[in-house]
Design a protein around this ligand. Structure first.
Ligand code: PMP
Length: 361
């Protein structure tokens, strides 16, 4: 019998490397013989504080769960408008920021096309680009993690998409908005500005959209709004761009419960800002306590810190044996020998520090 599956797999999919997570809490708990609740995750840059959910919210959403959500996600779009000040024509909703990255490659990349990113950065840009058979050209940031605008513009001469992360994951470095503006004016293609960590820093490229139809800002409710499990993200762009993205957008990928949770979270922006301020204070305490261990901690504009750790890979493995999962980026160009830690509660951060002190010995 002919091979009815593998022989039909698109060459791009055959060649691509999928996204890699650290080990799951369930799998690690099973390995260590612990309950999953004992595992502490410092690798996903989520919030340690679940949002307050109004008690009638889920009951109302569940009452209509037999029906599809409104494919325009109208209640959520209204909440995004209130939060961002941008009109519905400038908003696209997706199942997490990752689904918006996917819509962008579907609209703009053909096999063999070039996309440009900085390096090191969020690895999903490479995954999304590769899914379409695109070629990712990664331009190294300068040693201080700042952009190299000349190299980016040169690399993007023939590009169909530029990926920028602001603040950048995994370095925590924020991009000056004027630099993003200059880049968007100098390249011949859309510039995606991934602002997954926007709320932790507060500067945005969304102000550029009015004058630059090629700028797309992508955001998520997974980080500052503490809704990673709900899977909600959105893009902000000029109406023409929004129209193209909506063509390829799955009509109902965000469920009714997630829409209700996301709209409520956006309406409580004041609560979010309070939790963000708390997390930023904890991030500074964590950074100071790691410096006390003699480690080099890079400045951060997000809810995580990048830290240079001797024998980083071995240390990450030793932390796993203590039930602590960190993001090992030590083999990535530009952040060799580094680990990335999410700032969590003071108690969790203290456990990380103690485990790290033991693992360093
Ligand atoms: N962009 C960046 C820079 C991220 O770090 C992440 C999450 N790790 C995402 C996008 C994906 O976010 P979401 O949960 O909304 O898909």
């Amino acid at each position: 019998m002919i091979d009815a599956v593998a022989s039909g797999v698109r060459p791009a999919v055959r060649a691509m490397q999928p996204y890699e997570w650290e080990i799951s809490s369930d799998a690690l708990a099973a390995e260590l013989g612990l309950p999953p609740s004992e595992i502490l995750r410092f690798d996903t840059n989520t919030s340690p504080y679940p949002p307050a959910v109004p008690s009638d919210l889920l009951a109302t959403a569940l009452g209509a769960i037999n029906e599809y959500p409104d494919a325009t996600y109208a209640p959520l779009v209204r909440a995004i408008t209130a939060y961002t000040g941008l009109a519905a024509e400038s908003i696209v909703v997706g199942a997490g920021a990752d689904e918006l990255l996917d819509m962008l490659v579907k609209v703009f990349l053909e096999p063999g096309d070039t996309a440009v990113s900085t390096s090191p950065t969020y690895t999903m840009y490479g995954v999304a680009t590769a899914t379409m058979g695109g070629r990712l050209v990664a331009v190294r940031d300068r040693a201080d993690f700042g952009l190299d605008p000349d190299a980016l513009v040169a690399a993007a001469r023939e590009a169909k998409l530029v990926w920028l992360c602001h603040p950048n994951n995994p370095t925590g470095h924020a991009r000056p908005v004027e630099e993003i503006a200059a880049l968007a004016s100098a390249v011949p293609c859309p510039v995606v500005v991934d602002e997954a960590y926007y709320e932790f820093h507060g500067t945005t490229a969304a102000t550029l959209i009015a004058g630059r139809p090629n700028v797309v800002v992508v955001r998520t409710l997974s980080k500052a709004f503490a809704l990673a499990g709900a899977r909600v993200g959105y893009a902000l762009a000029a109406p023409e761009m929004v129209g193209w993205l909506n063509r390829v957008r799955p009509p109902n990928s965000v469920g009714s419960l997630s829409i209700a949770l996301a709209a409520a979270a956006l309406q409580d922006a004041a609560g979010m800002r309070q939790r963000v301020a708390t997390i930023l204070a904890h991030r500074e305490e964590l950074a100071a306590s790691l410096r006390d261990l003699g480690l080099h901690v890079f400045p951060s504009a997000a809810n995580f810190v990048l830290v240079r750790v001797p024998e980083a890979r071995a240390v990450a493995q030793r932390l796993l044996r203590q039930g602590i999962v960190v993001r090992d980026v030590s083999s990535r160009p530009g952040v060799e020998g580094c680990l990335r830690f999410t700032a969590r509660t003071p108690e969790h951060n203290a456990r990380l520090r103690a485990a790290l002190a033991a693992a360093l010995r």
